[in-house]
Write a protein that binds this ligand. Structure first.
Ligand code: IMP
Ligand code: MG
Length: 189
């Protein structure tokens, strides 16, 4: 596949800067700390995109709340911009979530397919509860996934393809400390 490697000169605009993200992460961590004050959190971090958000979010949750961090990795057979509606489990959780209070940590909810798949898989394992935290949400939900609830949402964004802070374009840009939209010309290879 022929593709360009994105660099800073390809940025059209910064949608969310470091400080905006940081402020929101602290706010969400506060809500979570309140809701889970008498519980333990079993954090399910969805790789690779949610890694940055999950790291920052978890580090701001009240230290009195016991937290287990675990990872789930899915690969989607889509193109770079949208999931195809077919996913494969690449890495499963390390432990049983039976009777656990699960907090799914996602980077972005787009069509809703990935989250719906994950909820179905995890619900079948008998957790005590499942809640969802996502940094971003797009207005592009498929009708059949309209009812998916995001308990702790960072930002609603327009239907842009965004990169940075964990989100990638062909695996690049995950290390950028902000969330950006790339120039249209960049994609015209
Ligand atoms: P969904 O299954 O359509 O909801 O897509 C969710 C997954 O697609 C996310 O977890 C991301 O991995 C990816 N994705 C959706 N939108 C974007 C985007 O704007 N930038 C980067 N990845 C995205
Ligand atoms: Mg993801």
């Amino acid at each position: 596949m022929i593709m360009n490697i994105p660099s800073q000169k390809d940025i059209e605009k910064i949608l969310l800067n470091k400080n905006q993200i940081k402020k929101k992460v602290v706010e969400l961590a506060g809500l979570i700390s309140e809701d889970y004050k008498n519980k333990e959190i079993y954090a399910v971090i969805v790789l690779k995109g949610a890694e940055n958000f999950a790291h920052d979010l978890i580090s701001k949750i009240n230290l009195r709340i016991p937290i287990i961090k675990d990872y789930f990795m899915l690969s989607s057979y889509g193109n770079a911009f949208e999931s195809s509606g077919k996913v494969k489990v690449v890495l499963d959780l390390g432990q049983s979530i039976k009777n656990k209070d699960v907090l799914i940590i996602e980077d972005i909810i787009d069509s809703g397919f990935t989250l719906n798949y994950l909820l179905t898989v995890l619900e079948a394992r008998g957790p005590n509860s499942i809640k969802v935290s996502s940094l971003l949400n797009k207005p592009t939900r498929k009708p059949e996934f309209k009812d998916l609830k995001i308990d702790y949402l960072g930002f609603n964004i327009p239907n842009y393809f965004v990169v940075g802070y964990g989100l990638d374009y062909c695996q690049y840009c995950r290390n950028w400390p902000f969330i950006a939209v790339l120039k249209e010309e960049f994609y015209q290879v």
